[in-house]
Design a protein around this ligand. Structure first.
Ligand SMILES: C=CC1=C(C)c2cc3[nH]c(cc4nc(cc5[nH]c(cc1n2)c(C)c5CCC(=O)O)C(CCC(=O)O)=C4C)c(C)c3C=C
Ligand SMILES: [Fe+2]
Ligand SMILES: [Fe+2]
Length: 343
């Protein structure tokens, strides 16, 4: 008999904050051809010959500032989500990380050990990107074909514009926003501009207004469009005028051109433009992690305040809020029902 199960997939963190563990993690992450999309030889030259010489030490220091007694915030929060979701399902729910442990293979193995044959895999990324959603699907398919050929996997699609998600994010932000603020910034993780061209099935997208057109087949694979769409729908729900909002992209790495505007530059310039009291959220991340807690809430705050800003309000991610668990439950049920099997 077929049995269903759920696998929640997030990005993953190093085993510890030691430099060798961070190096091992970064090596797996950055040697992924969907993250640094050069041919193996050049990728290896860049990652192993240049980035991994200094970055692990710097990243390890950053991780130390957010690490807890139980470990990485990203892993802990993903596990908290799993526990809450498990209470709502009588099918097993497991987690798997795209990089490091617990791996996707580990998660599938746990499900299979419980008799699961049909898996709903939920990549925990609202917007599609080659370096997130796509690489998760690639990895899961690779593992399935090699190790679990009898298992079926159905993937939850990016949900950046779904009403249930937008309502959830808007309500969550409404509760976290201060009474007064000059602007609300949406800082999304950045990607190299080139990634957008690579994943454009129409080969027509240029960085520009195409992302803002109402309907275009390229939007399905355009990370930039999807970030703007999430923002537009959320601020409409919140009743915040567009002029009072900023979209920016953080965490760029290397010398390639990444999608703009860059969050760090924006934070430096906003006070000069009269924005002294800023609220900022990071909707490319569903759980708080290094990129939100250190890069935005610590570094970003410092940049903004040193540039003349007076108040900086970091609005945490959805993490394990019940309304967010409701959304995950609904999206998983849609896929579970799609299997049309006795579970
Ligand atoms: C070419 C490099 C990178 C691309 C492209 C990229 C895309 C991308 N990443 C996330 C989500 C997360 N990234 C995180 C950390 C992180 N990201 C990169 C590089 C790229 N990301 C690096 C090198 C690191 C490690 C830390 C560092 O040295 O700065 C994390 C946090 C992980 C944690 O343990 O907390 C997340 C989450 C998205 C959503 C995305 C594309 C849309
Ligand atoms: Fe990243
Ligand atoms: Fe676009």
């Amino acid at each position: 008999m077929n049995k269903k199960g759920i696998l929640l997939v997030n990005l993953g963190s190093p085993k510890s904050t030691s430099v060798p563990d961070v190096k091992e993690y970064l090596d797996e992450f950055l040697m992924d051809e969907k993250v640094i999309d050069y041919r193996w030889f050049f990728r290896s030259l860049l990652v192993r010959g240049i980035i991994l010489r200094k970055r692990p030490k710097k990243s390890a220091e950053a991780y130390k500032t957010v690490w807890t007694e139980q470990g990485s915030p990203l892993i802990i929060i993903t596990e908290q989500i799993r526990e809450k979701l498990q209470q709502r399902f009588d099918v097993p729910v497991e987690i798997g990380m795209r990089y490091a442990e617990p791996s996707i293979e580990n998660g599938i193995q746990k499900l299979v050990s419980q008799g699961v044959t049909n898996i709903v895999l939920f990549p925990l990324y609202p917007q599609y990107a080659m370096s997130t959603t796509e690489t998760v699907v690639d990895k899961a398919e690779e593992v399935r074909k090699e190790k679990f050929p009898g298992v079926q996997i159905s993937y939850v699609e990016p949900f950046y514009g779904r009403d249930i998600y937008i309502d959830c994010l808007a309500e969550s932000l409404r509760e976290k926003l201060p009474e007064e603020f000059d602007a609300l910034q949406f800082s999304y993780h950045g990607v190299p501009e080139r990634h957008l061209y690579k994943t454009d099935p129409t080969n027509t997208c240029k960085i520009g207004d195409c992302c803002h057109e109402e309907s275009r087949p390229s939007h399905k694979f355009c990370y930039r469009h999807q970030c703007y769409k999430t923002t537009e729908l959320v601020i409409e729900k919140l009743g915040i005028p567009k002029e009072k909002t900023i979209v920016s992209f953080q965490s760029r790495l290397g010398r390639d051109k990444w999608i703009e505007p860059y969050t760090d530059e924006t934070l430096e310039n906003l006070p000069k433009k009269g924005v002294k009291n800023l609220a900022i959220c990071c909707p490319a991340f569903v759980s708080d992690c290094l990129e939100t807690l250190e890069e935005i809430s610590e570094e970003g705050r410092e940049t903004f305040l040193h540039s003349g800003g007076k108040e900086f309000h970091y609005l945490p991610c959805l993490n394990d809020e019940e309304r967010w668990i409701d959304v995950i439950e609904t999206l998983c049920r849609e896929k579970l029902d799609g299997f049309y099997l006795v579970g």
